[in-house]
Design a protein around this ligand. Sequence first.
Ligand code: THU
Length: 166
Amino acid sequence: MKEHIIQTRIEELTPEELSPQERELVNRAKEATRRSMADYSKFHVGAALLLDNGEIIEGSNQENAAYTSGTCAERSACFYAGARYPDVPFRKLAIAAWTSEGKPEGMDWEYYFQRDPISPCGLCRQALLEYETKSGAPIELLLYGRDRIYRVRSVADLLPLCFTEF
Ligand code: THU
């Protein structure tokens, strides 16, 4: 038997350690949560995708009574960007989330957010990976949490042994 061990490098940052550009991207992801449609889960997710042309595309989760037809924030951003700019590589994606359940009246907006970073689901990882593979350049992920921010240098790092071809 041969054993393979897969390691993933995740950088943990404080908000002060973000570059100005990263801070802007995180703020855009936080703002994007306001436009989520999360009537069923009450979990509001925002994504901000920085493209190679400098443009930032925002996405948010969009839910539906037919649950499976809804989509996550990350895919709403990357599918829009792919449809609008099919040849422009994606550079960085920031994600933030909060739940509208149990928030006291008048609570400070900053405290809405999850303490721990939110990480893309498996479907979003697969979708993002295909854009990364197509462009040949890594897409960096910034996963926002109030207590810590994770930076992952490529989507491939989050999806080892992925399905890539048939
Ligand atoms: N969701 C996202 O938008 N992104 C994630 O990374 C995880 C989950 C959405 C899907 C659904 O609308 C809600 O959060 C609860 O799962």
